[in-house]
Design a protein around this ligand. Structure first.
Ligand code: TXA
Ligand code: MG
Length: 340
């Protein structure tokens, strides 16, 4: 397939022309990758089952892994989901546009391929002007998983999308690097108590503050010892697949700071001695937010450098951003963790 790449840094006259062309492609059932504030998405008309099927093929994605539907205004939301719970509107008002995805009872307008056969639909309003303008111009909600090949690290720069999807999609909109760098918080709103299915930058505490009640975290899916496969019935189907995997083997070392540093040094020396190329992922002076912003790009860079083994120190998970990033690190490492 011929892929067009549009560089859109701002929505000037040319940018707008490119967004309009992209919107026409979405409307006619094609695929367009676009930037959001979290990671790049690979979009199709969420209400057109043929178009959505193409997403699964382009990404090599298992078809029981449901997609997030992106909207630009509350009118779109009413078309696709039932909004009986009052907390939904409150959360939307406080966090949208932004990195919070809500799982809601779906309406019949949403075809079952979009939701992987579930009777719920995951929805968010991205905080990115190019994405919002694309959705508005397309005139339909846009289903979009992260725009990587299934199993590869999520793309946070236009060039990552080109690397994975050139030749597989109609248009790639290459915009700014994603500000956040890890995917949205996924919150199940279908039961009496909201449940975090995937941790992200929007924290449980922020959600609790806004709705004034306690929420749950889907611990079974997010614990460290979970090996990522077959151990549980995944509430969020995407959580059961190995994800974000760099080509290199990855090990996370957990323990007191000094012990961790010593262990990493020991393993690195041993492996280098065996002729293997070793790469490190270190927090250094970065905040957890900064580390999250860089994480997926770093995995791709280390792969490009031909590293065989990636060593990373575990993060302090007391704060929610550390918890969210550690969740991505564990998946990248296939839950390969050493405690010292
Ligand atoms: O930040 C993001 O959320 C990015 C950008 C592009 O918006 N999208 C993204 O999509 O990360 P994806 O497909 O890589 O991850 C979607 C996650 C998966 O874990 C999936 O299983 C879960 O959301 N999900 C989608 N629909 C669901 C549903 N109806 N019930 C439970 N989980 C759902
Ligand atoms: Mg993904």
């Amino acid at each position: 397939m011929k892929t067009k790449v549009f560089n859109i840094k701002e929505i000037d006259e040319e940018g707008l022309k490119h967004i309009e062309e992209s919107a026409r492609v979405i409307r006619s059932g094609g695929l367009v990758a676009f930037p959001t504030e979290t990671v790049y998405g690979l979009g199709a008309d969420a209400l057109n089952s043929r178009a959505v099927e193409k997403i699964y093929i382009a990404k090599d994605r298992p078809s029981d892994n449901p997609l997030i539907v992106h909207i630009a205004d509350m009118e779109d939301l009413r078309r696709i989901a039932s909004l009986k719970q009052k907390d939904i509107a409150v959360l939307a008002k406080n966090f949208w546009p932004g990195p919070l995805t809500m799982v809601l009872p779906k309406k019949a307008t949403v075809p079952s391929v979009t939701t992987g056969g579930l009777d719920t639909v995951a929805v968010r309003m991205p905080k990115n002007e190019v994405a919002l303008e694309l959705i508005r111009k397309a005139g339909c909600p846009i289903a979009a998983p992260s725009a990587n090949l299934s199993g590869r690290p999520s793309p946070t720069r236009g060039e990552h999308v080109v690397e994975d999807l050139f030749g597989r999609v109609d248009i790639i909109i290459s915009g700014d690097d994603c500000q956040i760098g890890i995917e949205s918080t996924v919150l199940d709103m279908t039961g009496p108590t909201p449940i975090i299915l995937r941790p992200g930058i929007v924290t449980p505490e922020q959600i609790e503050d806004v709705i004034g009640k306690k929420i749950n975290i889907d611990q079974a899916n997010l614990l460290e010892h979970n090996d990522g496969e077959n151990q549980f019935t995944a509430r969020s189907p995407g959580m059961k697949y190995t994800h974000y995997a760099p080509r290199a083997e990855m090990i996370i070392v957990k323990g007191d700071k000094a012990d961790v540093e010593q262990e990493i040094k020991k393993i690195a020396e041993r492996e280098v001695g065996c002729g293997r190329k070793v790469g490190l992922i270190e927090l250094g002076n970065k905040t957890h937010e900064e580390a999250a912003h860089d994480f997926f790009a770093r995995l791709r860079d280390l792969d490009d450098e031909g590293v065989d083994l990636i060593l990373a120190s575990a993060l302090d998970q007391e704060d929610s951003v550390g918890f969210a990033l550690m969740n991505r690190m564990l998946k990248a490492a296939g839950y390969n963790i050493i405690r010292v």
